[in-house]
Ligand binder design. Sequence first.
Ligand code: UN1
Length: 489
Amino acid sequence: MGTHYQNFIDGKWVDALGGETFENRNPADWEEVIGVFPKSTKEDVDRAVEAATEAQKEWSRVPVPIRGAILTKAADLLVERKDEYARDMTREMGKVLTETLGDVQEAIDTGYYAGSEGRRYFGRTVPSELPDKVAFTTHLPLGVVGLIAPWNFPMAIPSWKSFPALLAGNGVVFKPASDVPLSGTHFVKTLIDAGVPPKLMNLVHGTGRSVGGPIIEHEGLHGISLIITRASADTLKRVSLELGGKNAQIVWKDADLDLALEGVLWGAFGTTGQRCTATSRLILHEAVHDTFVEMLIEAIGNLTLGNGLESGVDVGPLVNEEQLKIMVDYTGIGLKGGAELRIGGEIASEGALDKGFFFKPTIFTGVTPDMRIAYEEIFGPILSVLKVSEWDEAVAVHNNTDYGLSSSLYTKDINLAFHAVHELIAGITYINAPTIGAECHLPFGGCKGTGNGHREGGWGPYEFFSETKTVYFDYSGALQRAQIDTEEA
Ligand code: UN1
């Protein structure tokens, strides 16, 4: 049956007005029902927007350091609850416990960062061109914002969005992905327990179609932050959009191969390859290609698939059956395109794996830039290996995709490393580290089709979730005309 969970709207735990529900199951063991959640619709979103709009008026008058203190308290509570929330996260989306502990930790870090931002949240003071006049900038909240989060970082990503949105003085309507509604529930409960005004923070469960669409189109919302594959271009509200990646790790001829091996295993198969930042392409210098591929195949053979709550498991299941099917499809696409399947390429169903959505870590070699597996996002444990001989070729191959999120170069050549910083078109470049592992206090986001220019993490979201107010303060007691009286002076 599973526990019955609810929305949190207007300060109360409630069912969807239409009374519909959906089940949340464990992808490592499909027989386990984790809970039953409300399948909400537009009318639930309407109520949430209304409640948040009312509560936001008062919240906008709360001094920013006080808002920050409440968010710090939320981070403290997450520290206490970290273990429980991580276990539930593994149960609902499959990634191994070490990683779900890291996911909750990322939310904790983001909460403490937001708390400290409460005592900064700087504007700028700028000299005026006229005497006895000062100018400065400050922030205004946007109003009420809609936050739509994906399933692969069920607490970290909601925290990236909610903490800055709340610190900046906004009300929130939050829809977690329907594969991870329990982690979304835990997150909102923690914020409320910490003292965020209940009507300000609203949680509306449901599908992209039933709830995501109404949020994107809602006229009462002033900003939207989402990581999905479609957005409403015809509304005037501010949209922060992240759409994915086709990230590459380049291993140069002078690289420390053992280090590069650890990097690619973590980057490609951590989170079962289901990160926006996952390593999906491995670009190898021809001098190390054959050796490195052999090392990689051997190491992959030693990875253990299984339920992420069990110790010794390296790779969990795909999040749902649809994602599993995509892996099967892309294996076919790789083979049809002429790439060579070196290991994996099939559903893993030995023993208890049969009960979940497991796919064997997969390597294709002989991949060329024109093949679909070289430039399309796969979002799973399939790695495409490309061989290059010159640096310019490596750059061209790297940049030959519509995405530009994360990138990595393993080399001992510092000149080459700085070339990579400037020539790889991606929002993030790691030197001698894998494509995953962004820290919460630095900008996160990408170039080209990865997004629309905004960054999560660091200071960017505090700008995104606010309007800049410019203030001119004239204490001369006279009319002073900018540009005109300036010239005479
Ligand atoms: C994502 O894949 O959507 O940098 C987020 C990382 C994590 C966040 C990934 N800290 O891999």
